[in-house]
Ligand binder design. Structure first.
Ligand SMILES: C[S@@+](CC[C@H](N)C(=O)[O-])C[C@H]1O[C@@H](n2cnc3c(N)ncnc32)[C@H](O)[C@@H]1O
Ligand SMILES: Nc1nc2[nH]cc(C(=O)O)c2c(=O)[nH]1
Ligand code: SF4
Ligand SMILES: [Mg+2]
Length: 210
């Protein structure tokens, strides 16, 4: 079994990092856990309600060596890394995930699934988008499906994905932040009628943390 990545690879490979920060995972199954977030730049999906549009243009952010990104992450107290973006799967994530795992991290992914899956993951949160269709390759690997609900038609759209997921995949409905007041009551009623679903709120926004 390989236990070390070659120094040459770690010295050479770079990724565009918009920001990296130590916080609490605010969403989904792991909500409430301390986690080190690595937000990779670049996204071509174009959700009009995206809460991190600054991440879309990867050229705005300098590339960082994977070695340095992992060294920074290792200074945090936790051993849970969340790779998000932007759309992280626009980049090959094999080396980043392996390097983090070799430092003892569990590595979680936040993705729209619109690009081919790379990397080895301890947890995958799949959040499909209408604006660029996901690739079906992600269906068999997702641990949670987290659908953002922006309007009423999104419930039927969410079901169309749920039926493709593995039996053990957890199902979450998350209100779009600006539509929370309108959509949360509908989500609550929907889940009471369809209890295979659970609510996911962006709890970090209530806690006013990154
Ligand atoms: C910014 S995205 C980055 C990862 C990836 N591009 C994706 O969309 O899954 C991280 C998570 O935030 C969710 N999200 C983005 N904007 C949101 C908003 N305005 N309200 C609720 N959830 C939002 C996304 O659906 C995704 O689950
Ligand atoms: N605290 C916190 N939790 C999160 N869970 C998913 C996030 C993301 O932007 O991917 C996110 C985020 O931006 N902050
Ligand atoms: S896929 Fe993710 S990062 Fe890209 S626009 Fe949509 S929510 Fe934002
Ligand atoms: Mg976020």
């Amino acid at each position: 079994m390989k236990t070390q990545l070659s120094e040459t690879i770690l010295d050479t490979l770079e990724l565009p990092v918009m920001e990296a920060f130590y916080t609490i995972q605010g969403e989904g199954f792991h909500q409430g856990k301390a986690a080190y977030f690595i937000r990779l730049a670049g996204c071509d999906v174009g959700c009009h309600w995206c809460d991190v549009k600054e991440s879309w243009d990867a050229t705005k952010f300098p590339k960082q060596r994977i070695k340095d990104v992992v060294a920074e992450a290792s200074k945090s107290n936790c051993r849970l890394a969340v790779i998000t973006g932007g759309e992280p799967l626009m980049h090959n994530l094999d080396v980043l995930t392996e390097a983090l795992q070799l430092k003892g991290f569990k590595v979680h992914l936040e993705t729209s699934g619109a690009h081919p899956l790379s990397g080895r993951w301890d947890w995958i949160c799949f959040s499909p988008k209408k604006f660029k269709k996901p690739l079906p390759g992600i269906y068999d690997f997702a641990n949670e499906l987290k659908v953002v609900v922006y309007n009423k038609s999104d419930f039927a759209w969410a079901e169309s994905f749920a039926e493709n997921m593995r039996e053990e995949c957890l199902l979450y409905l998350q209100p779009e932040w600006s539509k929370q007041h309108k959509m949360l009551p509908l989500i609550i009623d929907y889940i009471k009628d369809n209890p295979k679903w659970q609510v996911s709120l962006q709890t970090h926004k209530y806690m006013d943390i990154p």
